[in-house]
Every structure is written in C-alpha cells, then in structure tokens.
Design a protein around this ligand. Structure first.
Ligand SMILES: Nc1ncnc2c1ncn2[C@@H]1O[C@H](COP(=O)(O)OP(=O)(O)OP(=O)(O)O)[C@@H](O)[C@H]1O
Ligand SMILES: [Mg+2]
Length: 339
C-alpha cells in the first residue's frame, strides 16, 4: 500500500488529549459492566482494548461515543467535559462498528459519495467532492476498485479486507480527530488484519487518537499499538499502559504459574499470553486469579505510580507529600486513597 495521498486530506480537527477517569456502569438487569475504567491518551496515540468476551469492551466504546450514559464518568477532551459538550464533540469522534454498514447495490465510490452528501451537506462543489472521495479511496487503497459494486455476503465482490477498509473510509469522510473501532480485524486473514492495522497506524501518525478493540492480535499487530487497556469480566481494568511494558506487569504471576505454554508465550511477547494469564485455571477449572485480584493489583500499581510521580515532581524537603497532593495525583489515574 504505497503511494498514499494523505497530505491532500484535510484534518480540520485535532484533539491533544483524551482523558477518561473512573467510568462506572451497570445495566439495569445486571452486574457491573464497567468498574472504574481510567486511561488517558495524547494525540497521535493508538490504543488496543483487549479482554475476554463480556468484559465490557463494546460497552466502554459506547460510553465514549455517548451512546450509553454511564452511571459515573469523567471524560475530558482537551480539558473539556465530553458529556456536557457532546453536540460539539460528536463531530470529532467517528465510530466503525463491527457490523458492515455498506450498501450492496452501490459502487465503492457511490457508498462514499452518499455518505459525504449525508454528513457534509454544505459541501456542494462537484469537483471538490470528487477530489475528496478520490483522496480517501487512495488512502484506503481502494482506488482501483472504485467502480465495483459492493455486493453482499451472498454475492461477494469486495474482499473482506476491502469491505473493512471501505467501512473505515466512510467514517473518515468528516475528518474525525478520534477514531473508535470495534474489532476491525475479526474474521480477516492475518495479511488483511495487518493491512487494516497499518492503515490505523497511518491515521495515528496524522495526529488522530485511535481506540480499537482487538481480538487475538499477533505480535506484529499488538506491537503496532502504543497503549493497551486490558479488561476482565465485570468490566474490571486489569492494566492500562504502554504495550511493551504490559508483559513485565505480570512477572509476579508468571513466576507463580506452572503453565509452560503461558511462559513461552510471555517470552515470545505473544499477546495471547494476556488471555491465558488473566483467565488461567487450575486442574478443577477454577480461575487462579479472579477479577477482584486484578482489580486490586491495578489499584496498587496506580497508587505506586501516583506516589512515584509525586516524589519525582516534589524533590524539595519542604514540600510534603500531603494526602491532598497524593489524592490529586491519584485522581488523574481515576483512583482515590483507600478510606
Ligand atoms: N444492553 C445491554 N443490556 C444488558 N446487559 C448488557 C447490554 N449490553 C451488554 N450487556 C452486558 O454487559 C457485559 C459487557 O458486554 P460487552 O458487549 O461490552 O462485552 P465485550 O467485552 O464487548 O464482549 P465481546 O468480546 O463478546 O464483544 C456483558 O455481560 C453483557 O451481557
Ligand atoms: Mg464487544
């Protein structure tokens, strides 16, 4: 996928920081779906969300999109409250859902054309519209296929990877600053998955914030992400941080584990390791580490991080680490001092 024409695509909006603090949610019927999720991402960052089925990944995406109103949440874009300014911020955020949203009886070009007409009705100049769509087609590597009828599952014209790239292109039409995707690589071959993630990396390099749930990434895909958010059943935050530091985070459990396979995977920095470890079971199929275990481990970890931050930033003898200061730092990680 060479010969990209990114420089021609306008980026009208940029966000310098997305800060998510302490998101709690539970559905009426049930148990907690999100249990104090916190992370913060600077511009030009790509985050993977990973965790077992039902751990709340899609729910978290929907909260970020304002589709679900969380019981408790503090989500800030450049210091401004997302919920209170949703009308304004909606145009900054685009969502590529897991399901295909393409019109089977329209060509690749026409799918983009009607989406543009719908989203940007003020854009009237025919040559400007054509130019924008052509640029977009080149950037997602679908220029050659622009006249192909999209077709449907029964009558396949575009490959799975091409369909996924067209779905992404549809959401890029408005030039969003934050792109949120739910399992963009599921069902695709390794090669197609890698090309999707490469595309996401290019969008990140333009300054966008990319947030994507991802299923069983191989090492190359996992390493393309700058940050990772690991979740467990009940919407527990197992880990948030640099993706390369994630393996080290579990060294203690790894020492306890007798699972040869998990150790080999950790050594190979294989992302499947996280799933093996988070949900690892003993001979009677009992989980070795339940969600509360991970919740507590992460709480201790972010507590230590906050104190370390405090001591590196306050080296003067006269500046005491007051509980108030630590509390302020902890709140940045979405935590508070234990009562
Ligand atoms: N609208 C809803 N009403 C009630 N419960 C829901 C609703 N949506 C999700 N849940 C529950 O919340 C939990 C988290 O669901 P969610 O879809 O976010 O999981 P997920 O991590 O995306 O899973 P998967 O990997 O299977 O996509 C699950 O237990 C699910 O049953
Ligand atoms: Mg999901």
């Amino acid at each position: 996928m060479s010969n990209r024409h990114w420089e021609l695509i306008e980026i009208p909006l940029l966000v310098n920081e997305l800060r998510v603090q302490d998101v709690w949610h539970s559905f009426k019927e049930g148990n907690p779906a999100l249990k104090g999720i916190s992370f913060s991402l600077p511009r030009a960052t790509m985050m993977a969300i990973m965790g077992p089925s039902g751990s709340g990944k899609t729910t978290l995406l929907q909260v970020l999109l304002g589709e679900i109103k969380a019981r408790k949440a503090r989500i800030m874009l450049d210091g401004k409250d997302l919920g209170a300014n949703m009308q304004v911020f909606q145009q900054y955020i685009a969502y590529v859902p897991q399901d295909d949203l393409l019109f089977a009886n329209l060509s690749v070009y026409e799918n983009l054309y009607y989406k543009l007409k719908l989203c940007l009705p003020e854009m009237k100049d025919a040559s400007e519209i054509r130019k924008r769509i052509h640029n977009l087609l080149r950037s997602v590597d679908l220029y050659e296929q622009r006249h192909l009828m999209v077709g449907d599952v029964m009558n396949k014209k575009l490959s799975g990877g091409q369909r996924r790239r067209l779905n992404i292109a549809l959401e890029l039409i408005t030039g969003p600053a934050i792109l949120i995707l739910d399992e963009p690589t599921s069902g695709l071959s390794t090669k197609d998955s890698e090309s999707i993630v490469q595309l996401l990396g290019e969008l990140r390099d333009q300054g966008k914030i990319i947030i994507s749930t991802i299923h069983q990434p191989n090492a190359s895909i996992f390493n393309s992400f700058d940050r990772v958010l690991l979740m467990d059943k009940g919407g527990v935050q197992v880990y948030f941080g640099n993706s390369e530091a994630a393996f080290g985070y579990f060294s203690e459990e790894l020492k306890e584990l007798e699972d040869f396979l998990a150790k080999a995977k950790a050594e190979a920095e294989n992302a499947e390791f996280f799933f093996d470890l988070i949900e690892s079971r003993d001979a009677s199929l009992q989980r070795l580490y339940d969600p509360e275990y991970w919740e507590n481990k992460y709480r201790d970890f972010s507590f230590l991080q906050a104190i370390q931050y405090d001591s590196t930033n306050n080296n003067h003898e006269d500046e005491q680490k007051t509980p108030e200061k630590i509390q302020t730092e902890l709140q940045k990680y979405g935590h508070s001092l234990p009562a």
